[in-house]
Design a protein around this ligand. Structure first.
Ligand SMILES: *Cc1c(COP(=O)(O)O)cnc(C)c1O
Length: 399
């Protein structure tokens, strides 16, 4: 297809007309079970009645007033995020990368406010993904994303994920903090090893550093807790949220303790669109559902069901599936065939999944997914595995 869009994405030749819950209907009428959820964005699935109602009501009111005025919807959302997490304060953005940018700036500015402006460097991790702005590609350190874009933004030092000794060795007089994903998403659903996050907290406390968590993908209930770092019992200083927070409306947030945000005074940072009434109305509607008693427990319990079913699938298809990992409703299936071949086979079986690093296929269903849809998805994964097995057998016979 000839397109006037930048050819920066490898798109499947598939467009959708309607969506409801965990289901998408393509323009040719084919129904797909959506276990990609727009890359972990559609926390409440497609066309959730509460989100549709909220957005329609907000659309009839001022969409945007700018941050020169009070925005009660943003005040309320910030207050609720503070209630639900370690944080006291929030800065709203339109994307994950902007939330990370704000987190980086907040960490640097904290030390500047403490009279140590030379502390501007963050320790980040191999396999990380923090976004595609110039600073966030430097933070992520993936050579593929840095190539051709000039000298990387200075201020990031990388350690292997899970390696506390390497982190401590990197800490110097210019170190401001550590930036870490509790589960590396794009990197291949790599769950932080036990004690790693607690160890980072201890190192930060020992050296006067800030612990910054990238919860853009893991936050807002994806792993069965509001923040994934809660599983480790660790309290960070700053966190970035986005994807699930808007349920499909572009919305991100940098949240922080009042102490960590103490450098972010009037004029220190800004965003024209960030936290506008439309976006923060939808964010509040997402929280109405996610913070309902029992919602996160249900995500955790569905996650256990999915994990069990995936383990059975792995047993049945050992030549296709290498291993399963994840937390809550965030799973990675490491495949023995190229992961893009697997996602194509799953799509042919009517299931949408998302490739990630380390030859992993991500399963990120909407958090409102049902038991029967989980069973249906695993059945479709079985169809995909069988198709890949017979493909391999045919290729073998042809040799
Ligand atoms: C998606 C993602 C980002 C970037 O978010 P954008 O909205 O694409 O800018 C940053 N960090 C993590 C962990 C992500 O998954």
């Amino acid at each position: 297809m000839v397109s006037a869009l930048f050819p920066t994405y490898a798109r499947a030749d598939l467009a959708f007309e309607r969506g409801e819950g965990a289901w998408l209907v393509a323009s040719d009428g084919e129904r797909y079970l959506d276990f990609g959820a727009g890359v972990a964005v559609l926390s409440l699935g497609h066309a959730h009645p509460h989100l549709v109602g909220t957005l329609n009501a907000a659309a009839a009111k001022p969409w945007h007033v700018s941050n020169l005025f009070q925005i009660p919807q943003a005040e309320r959302l910030a207050e609720r995020l503070a209630q639900a997490t370690f944080a006291d304060l929030a800065f709203f953005t339109n994307s994950g990368a902007e939330a990370i940018e704000c987190a980086i700036k907040t960490a640097r500015k904290y030390h500047a406010a403490e009279g140590r402006p030379e502390r501007y460097r963050l320790i980040t991790f191999e396999g990380a993904f923090h976004g595609r702005t110039l600073a966030t590609i430097a933070a992520g350190g993936n050579p593929k994303y840095l190539d051709g874009f000039g000298p990387p933004v200075d201020g990031f030092d990388q350690a292997p994920y899970g390696d506390l000794e390497a982190v401590e060795a990197l800490i110097g007089p210019q170190t401001a903090g550590v930036l870490v994903e509790p589960v590396q998403g794009e990197g291949g659903v790599r769950v932080a090893p036990p004690r790693f996050l607690a160890g980072l907290r201890e190192l930060c406390d020992k050296h006067g550093l800030l612990l910054v968590v990238d919860e853009v993908q893991t936050g807002v209930g994806r792993t069965g807790r509001f923040l994934a770092i809660e599983h480790a019992g660790v309290i960070p200083d700053i966190a970035a949220l986005a994807k699930g927070l808007g349920g499909g409306f572009p919305l991100g947030a940098c949240i922080a303790t009042a102490e960590a945000a103490k450098g972010m005074t009037a004029g220190a940072h800004g965003s024209t669109y960030g936290g506008n009434p439309l976006a923060t109305s939808v964010g509040n509607a997402v929280l109405d559902v996610v913070l309902e008693p029992g919602f996160l427990e249900r995500v955790a319990s569905l996650g256990l069901t999915l994990r069990q079913r995936l383990a059975e699938l792995e047993d049945r298809h050992p030549t296709i599936i290498d291993s399963i990992r994840g937390e809550g409703l965030m799973f990675g299936v490491k495949t023995r065939v190229p992961n893009t071949q697997f996602t194509a086979a799953a799509r042919a079986a009517g299931l949408l999944t998302i490739p990630a690093g380390d030859n992993v296929v991500r399963l990120l269903p909407p958090l409102i997914v049902g038991e029967s849809e989980i069973a249906e998805a695993v059945q479709r994964l079985g169809v995909a595995c069988a198709a890949l097995e017979s493909e391999a057998a045919r290729a073998g016979a042809a040799l």
